[in-house]
Design a protein around this ligand. Structure first.
Ligand code: GDP
Length: 418
């Protein structure tokens, strides 16, 4: 049961973006931050230069890429509902295994970016298996559809064969390489043609006749995957009936979260194609903090553990996951709040260091600004200024609460066996 106080969490997504080096993680992240950017009115910019300038500046200032958690907002296309999307920086290099694993603890879902001309590369396999161990729901983005040798089918087959995963193609590219023109949304059976360089003018049409056979084939794969989690859908599938869009989205969402089914999308981050549809898919298929298992805390001197469901009115439980030195404000401690509410100016107990610590100011990091806030609630991520002792991986609880240490997420049996 979701209480009134927890309601806002249904519109939260805490995600990471994981990729093999060079697959386009940075470019995809930048584009996401661009389209979700609050101070940039995309509609007013009509030549690609302005975007690039802004991104270059950001790159030089290093803000977009170095914040450990960036808070963005996205209005789901076709609705008026705004979502908070927190993007957690996941180290791309496999050598940082512990860091990768630590970041896996603070995110609820991930976007796996692949290079369509390369398919699934060995390093991507490693990160993928780590995400499997932590039970992180994922969607896959087959990037670089504009590149020579790009093939959506290559990525799709590699996900199935090399990763042994159940792939659900929710999109299909129209053309590839220089001829990459747009994307078919297989769930809604609509074609999206991009008519400007920023990817902001999109013409939506019926599926062109030349793609009907291919889309039917992909749709069959998609429905088969979704039917695994929905008996009604399975019956309809067997009887040759078409499910509704809502039914299909709901089943895919459940499958992604509970059964590790992987919706596969495509696009070109560099050419601004497919990024908004990717954000819509983050909303549609990846879980809110209420839909992932509650984090557990181990009670001191006992075998007992207690759960901390995502609830702003619960006891405070937060994890410091990254410390950064900031030239202006000094030490920034990035935290994820699992339960309770962290107040600026309050005292917390660092259960890992066994020290009482004073919380100074609290910040939410946006792509191009910092917002000072008075509190961070369950499900939120942000930075604390003023914590002197907290280190990466430390548990923060309420001052005076019984000592508990947040456990690493239980490692579930992989649902999909190789
Ligand atoms: P990362 O190492 O995963 O962060 O990858 P980057 O985002 O830095 O991209 C690596 C290289 O691939 C850069 O030269 C990008 O410009 C290029 N790149 C990224 N996305 C695309 C794309 O969609 N199409 C093409 N052709 N190149 C891309």
């Amino acid at each position: 049961m979701t209480t009134k106080a927890q309601q806002y969490l249904t519109h939260f997504r805490n995600i990471g973006i994981a990729a093999h080096i060079d697959a386009g993680k940075t470019t995809t992240t930048e584009r996401i931050l661009y389209y979700t950017g609050r101070t940039h009115n995309i509609g007013e910019v009509h030549d690609g230069a302005a975007t690039m300038d802004w991104m270059e500046q950001e790159r030089e200032r290093g803000i977009t890429i170095t914040a450990a958690a960036t808070t963005a907002k996205w209005k789901r296309s076709g609705t008026d509902q705004e979502y908070v999307v927190n993007i957690i920086d996941t180290p791309g290099h496999v050598d940082f295994t512990i860091e990768v694993e630590r970041s896996m603890r603070v995110l609820d879902g991930a976007v796996a970016v692949f290079d369509s001309s390369q398919g699934v590369e060995p390093q991507s396999e490693t990160v993928w298996r780590q995400a499997d161990r932590y039970g992180v729901p994922r969607i896959a983005f087959s990037n670089k559809m504009d590149k020579t040798g790009a093939s959506f089918e290559l990525v799709l087959n590699d996900i199935k064969e090399r990763l042994g995963a159940v792939a659900a193609p929710v999109q299909y590219p129209m053309g590839a390489e220089n001829e990459f023109k747009g994307i078919i949304d297989i769930v809604r059976q609509r074609a999206h043609f991009y008519t400007n360089d920023l990817g902001t003018d999109i013409e939506e049409t019926d599926i062109p006749a030349e793609y009907l056979d291919k889309v039917a084939e992909m749709r069959a794969q998609l429905i088969e995957a979704a039917a695994e989690v929905d008996e009604d859908l399975m019956m309809m599938y067997l009887e040759g009936e078409e499910p509704s869009v809502e039914q299909l989205v709901a089943a895919l969402r459940k499958g992604t979260i509970e059964k590790r089914i992987f919706p596969v999308l495509c696009g070109s981050a560099l050419k601004n194609k497919g990024v908004q549809l990717l954000l819509d898919a983050v909303i549609d298929y990846l879980p809110s903090p209420l839909e992932v298992p509650a984090i557990k805390g181990k009670v001191e001197d006992s075998e007992d553990s207690i759960e901390f469901p995502a609830d702003p009115e619960g006891k405070l439980a937060a994890l410091a996951f990254k410390i950064m030195a900031d030239p202006y404000v000094g030490r920034l401690t990035f935290v994820r709040i699992y339960s309770g509410t962290l107040q600026s100016g309050s005292y917390v107990y660092n259960a890992s260091k066994e020290k009482r610590e004073r919380v100074g100011r609290l910040l939410k990091m946006h792509a191009n600004s910092r917002e000072e806030v008075t509190e961070l609630k369950a499900g939120e991520l942000g930075a604390v200024i003023g914590l002197k002792d907290a280190g990466t991986g430390n548990t923060l609880i309420g001052d005076g609460d019984d000592k508990v240490l947040l456990e690493s997420i239980d490692v579930p049996e992989p649902v999909i066996k190789l």
